[in-house]
Design a protein around this ligand. Structure first.
Ligand SMILES: Nc1ncnc2c1ncn2[C@@H]1O[C@H](COP(=O)(O)OP(=O)(O)OP(=O)(O)O)[C@@H](O)[C@H]1O
Ligand code: SF4
Ligand SMILES: [Mg+2]
Length: 333
């Protein structure tokens, strides 16, 4: 459904130019959840904003059902906005403090639902859909809990009946006790409305419960992408291995001393990323070639793609069952 090709996004700052997204290729299938993980500053939000057309890419293409969305204007742009929606990390910042719950949820319906009575009906249905008590309709954001505010943001996102929702750390600002409730709501909505999600998170444990597939980013590039279970149980890229080891709660086996790889050294400056493989300054396996030559993202074993000179290439026997099957969604306890 969504294909991202060789996407580059740069930010110009006083200190120079940041290549926040530096040649990313990704695909998202209808109804699936693609998790996107990586350290702070690796370009996850910039990628999301480019997909949402909130940031113009320097180059590359973003195709929605074959149409390049970076070039849309007028009515086509408005239609795109309805199909692709986003939920941000901090609902307090993404909601207008002067709008009541009902008005905030009605707003995205204004262009398409002209009849006021019909709009009011849709608002009530959306509040039911996201588990907001109807009595909250006249409250303002500051009168709501964090979880309720995020439910309003989710209702606004699904109001135009999108196919695809970008979730940029949607529960990171919430108390741990509320996170599971909101994640379960997102899973329910996905089932009921057939939504595809791009789920951004730095908490591996949270992303693991949500995603069918996962893409790992490092300094603006995707270094590994594959089925969630393959990537977590047998990370192929040294950076993914380090990332999993740094999250022992999400993956208890990774904490064992024998397999543990510590993410050593500082994250390099994004203004001057290392030449060759950008991870070579921290990679325990780096060889001379890594300093000179950037590894391409190529097909590796079991249908995943890895950008590392040392990753074993795809075996002669491709596994035909894995390519097009979606794993059933998981609910948190
Ligand atoms: N508006 C901006 N102007 C200048 N630089 C920016 C801007 N937005 C992001 N950057 C820089 O681009 C790089 C990628 O940032 P981005 O916010 O996309 O990362 P992220 O992976 O979402 O991080 P986090 O996990 O902290 O949300 C960083 O080096 C950041 O400092
Ligand atoms: S290409 Fe080299 S430096 Fe980069 S991850 Fe692979 S082994 Fe490490
Ligand atoms: Mg971010």
């Amino acid at each position: 459904m969504l294909t991202i090709k060789k996407l580059r996004v740069t930010h110009r700052t006083r200190n120079g130019t940041v290549h926040a997204v530096d040649g990313v290729d990704l695909t998202l299938r209808r109804g699936e959840t693609l998790g996107l993980v990586g350290e702070s500053g690796c370009g996850k939000s910039t990628l999301a904003r480019a997909v949402m057309r909130l940031t113009a890419p320097a180059s590359g293409r973003i195709l929605l059902d074959g149409t390049d969305v970076t070039r849309l204007t007028g009515r086509a742009a408005a239609l795109f906005t309805a199909r692709v929606q986003m939920v941000f990390q901090d609902p307090a910042a993404s909601l207008d403090p002067r709008y009541t719950v009902a008005r905030a949820i009605a707003e995205p319906l204004l262009p398409t639902v002209r009849d006021a009575a019909e709009r009011a009906r849709r608002v009530v249905a959306l509040m039911d859909d996201v588990g907001l008590a109807r009595a909250l309709a006249d409250r303002f954001p500051h009168q709501l809990s964090g979880g309720q505010r995020q439910r309003v943001a989710i209702a606004r996102a699904i109001a135009p009946r999108p196919d695809f929702v970008v979730l940029d750390e949607p529960v990171s600002a919430l108390d741990v006790s509320l996170q599971a409730q909101v994640l379960n709501l997102l899973v329910d909505l996905q089932e009921r409305h057939g939504l595809a999600y791009l789920f951004i998170g730095h908490d591996i444990g949270v992303v693991r419960h949500m995603a069918d597939r996962v893409a790992v980013m490092y300094l603006g590039r995707v270094v590994e992408i594959g089925d969630w279970s393959d990537v977590v149980d047998g990370p192929a890229h040294p950076y993914t291995r380090a990332l999993m080891a740094a999250a022992p709660a999400a993956h208890p086996d990774a904490g064992r001393a024998a397999t543990r790889t510590v993410l050593a050294g500082e994250l390099p400056s994004p203004f001057a990323p290392p030449p060759g493989c950008a991870f070579h300054t921290r990679c325990p396996l780096a060889v001379e070639r890594c300093r000179r030559e950037a590894p391409a993202l190529r097909d590796a074993a079991d249908g995943r793609r890895v950008a590392c000179h040392l990753a074993p290439a795809q075996s002669a026997e491709p596994n035909p069952t894995e390519a097009n099957t979606l794993r059933p969604l998981r609910r948190l306890p």
